[in-house]
Write a protein that binds this ligand. Structure first.
Ligand code: ATP
Length: 620
């Protein structure tokens, strides 16, 4: 599966440094492997350096300090050859050496102190930049609109938060700072070399230009290989996430071998690309080394000739050779920095892409309704909705009213749009037209946290998060008291389970609650929703996995809750809805009929048929 389709205008990434990991802009892959609409490419992405500067802003003092220390260390590096020249000159002239030796000693000691300090400061700053980027991205991802979540692979988003942000460290510290300080060092070194002997400078530059040509040919190949690595690593991550998320099904389907082959394939692609990158990186690294040696010997030969003919003295030649050893690594560093910048720019583009996914506004959390808050009243007015412009409509003009208090059940064939009604009430999606009103106020006019604080929602598959039972219960009501927790545990028939467990509420439930039974998961989800004291309680197939005893008990609980709050239930098992105050029959995105069970059994053939297949008859 190609999880990383490149945009046509994606910048070519150049990997120049030791770590050939290239991340690049690509459309966030659709979840279903290709049929969903791709996330629109950013129309006006900021240049990477501008985004990087934004990330750097909070740490600019540290960055400046690190850069300064680097510069000082570079300047000392430049002074050393001059001191060496002085030493040679003094030796020749039979002058005392104490001063120059002392100066050299001080310079060496200061460099030894400043070098590591500068590096530490820059690395620390780099880590702070990664932290800033991660915090921003995580805050954004947690608030993504569900329509955006539908379009992306969670594995891909995870790699943007973890691996792409990591690349920012190198790009800011090594690349941007390295370019500035390295550029200045090179300029100063060349100036000193030019001052010492312009002819030898010309010889050195001639050799380096030749080496530069080789590097220019090699770099794009490294870049291509690095892109392939990132792509295959991405594919591997997506495949792994797919399998680990449904390992029981994979095992039960006997699909381990097939799935294993897919991941092995991606791993092998990554290996092949890494080997290619290693080959070209080796060539590039050795070209630089060769350039240094050739430059050294050429300068030595040409310089020796110039010394012999009396054009320069030996001290100048030694100083010049020392500058050659400073210049070549600085140039190498600059090439590496350019490569790093390309890698980082691609990572920034991927991060920006994720940051541009539509999100809900960041608002402060709302307080939960006070005990005894009035139950909500709900109205759907000619609501039409489709998940995406290219998908068929789910709702084709849904109108109904739910008075405050009491239980309303939604029934209808699978796929009729019942769950989607709840998604609209939670404002996970916005209606395409028409309006949903809570307490007479359009949902769009509600403050989103306030709206959600008023609602308790038990999803269809009753998700339980890893962590403890207590974590799960307090997810929606962090301030709940011990007494409140005990009460909902009793109500949701969980008190026996908690009493049986050695660690009680602190028992860990495993990834997605796999250590609980399906029915227990549902009861945890119900308890969690009840703990919020909702003014509107949405239960989507919330009792489908319960045994008859627990179901009957929870039916009583729901009926009890309906006396003080507005309860909406979706259920296939009609036994859970026969007691509803009203039943809304949904078919193909429209309301077909509304009434009590007894009324509908007589008046609505579809309901009568549903009831008949569940062996239900009129209760009256
Ligand atoms: N996130 C989504 N993106 C695109 N289409 C979706 C999405 N969720 C649901 N659908 C489609 O919308 C339609 C209504 O789905 P919905 O889950 O609301 O039906 P339902 O009546 O609750 O069904 P069931 O009783 O089987 O749970 C279905 O055709 C479904 O395939």
């Amino acid at each position: 599966m190609d999880t990383q389709r490149l945009q046509p205008d994606a910048p070519a990434a150049v990997a120049g440094a030791a770590e050939p990991r290239v991340s690049r802009p690509g459309r966030l892959p659709p979840r279903d492997g290709g049929t969903s609409a791709p996330v629109p490419a950013p129309s006006d992405p900021s240049p990477a350096w501008r985004v990087l500067l934004r990330y750097m802003r909070p740490s600019w003092r540290w960055l400046a300090l690190g850069g300064l220390l680097n510069l000082v260390s570079g300047a000392i590096g430049l002074a050393l050859p001059l001191a060496a020249k002085q030493l040679v000159d003094d030796l020749g002239a039979d002058r005392p050496l104490t001063d120059v030796l002392l100066l050299m000693g001080v310079l060496v000691v200061v460099t030894a102190g400043i070098g590591p300090l500068g590096e530490y400061v820059l690395r620390r700053t780099g880590e702070s930049i990664v932290l800033t980027a991660r915090r921003r991205l995580v805050s954004h991802l947690l608030r993504l609109r569900m329509s955006a979540v539908d379009q992306v692979e969670p594995g891909d988003l995870m790699s943007r938060v973890t691996s792409d942000t990591t690349l920012l460290r190198q790009v800011t510290t090594d690349s941007l700072v390295g370019t500035v300080t390295g550029g200045l060092t090179i300029l100063a070194t060349m100036t000193m070399m030019g001052v010492l002997d312009p002819v030898l400078l010309a010889v050195t530059l001639g050799v380096l230009l030749l080496a530069g040509t080789v590097v220019r040919v090699v770099m794009p190949r490294v870049s291509r290989a690095s892109r392939d690595i990132q792509k295959s690593v991405g594919a591997m991550g997506a495949a792994l996430e797919r399998i680990l998320g449904a390992l029981r099904t994979v095992k039960a389907s006997g699909a381990e071998h097939r799935e294993e082959a897919a991941i092995h394939g991606a791993a092998e692609e990554s290996w092949q690309a890494s080997v290619r990158a290693a080959k070209w990186l080796a060539v590039a690294g050795h070209t630089a080394e060769l350039a240094l040696q050739v430059a050294f010997f050429t300068v030595l030969a040409a310089g020796g000739a110039r010394v012999a003919s009396g054009l320069i003295d030996v001290g100048t030649l030694i100083a010049f050779l020392m500058y050659v050893f400073t210049l070549v690594p600085s140039l190498q560093g600059l090439v590496g920095a350019a490569g790093q910048y390309q890698i980082g720019a691609a990572a920034v583009a991927r991060i920006q892409e994720a940051e541009r996914l539509p999100s809900e506004p960041q608002r402060p959390a709302a307080v939960l309704p006070a005990p005894g808050a009035a139950p909500a009243e709900l109205r759907f007015r000619d609501v039409r909705f489709r998940y995406a412009p290219d998908l068929p409509p789910v709702h084709r003009g849904v109108t109904f009213t739910v008075p405050s208090r009491g239980m309303t059940a939604f029934v209808g064939p699978s796929g009729a749009g019942k769950t989607t009604l709840f998604s609209l009430i939670e404002r996970f999606y916005e209606p395409t037209s028409g309006s949903v009103l809570l307490d007479g106020r359009d949902l769009g006019d509600w403050d989103l946290p306030e709206l959600r604080a008023a609602i308790g929602y038990v999803e269809q598959d009753a998700p339980v998060l890893s962590g403890s039972l207590r974590d799960n219960l307090l997810l929606g009501a962090p301030g709940a008291t011990g007494e409140e927790i005990r009460r909902v545990l009793r109500t949701a028939r969980l008190d026996d389970l908690v009493a049986r467990l050695p660690k009680g509420l602190d028992t860990l439930v495993g990834h997605r609650g796999t250590k609980l039974s399906g029915g227990e998961r549902q009861r945890v989800a119900i308890a969690r929703a009840l703990l919020r004291r909702p003014r509107l309680l949405l239960l989507d197939e919330a009792t489908s996995q319960l045994d008859a005893v627990n179901e009957a008990a929870l039916r009583d609980t729901v009926a009890e809750a309906a006396r003080t709050t507005t309860v909406l239930v979706v259920a296939h098992r009609l036994s859970t809805v026969t007691l509803a105050d009203r039943i809304v029959v949904i078919e193909a995105g429209t309301v077909r009929a509304v009434g009590t069970h007894d009324e509908l059994v007589v008046a609505d053939p579809l309901y009568a048929e549903l009831a008949a297949t569940q062996f239900l008859t009129a209760t009256g």
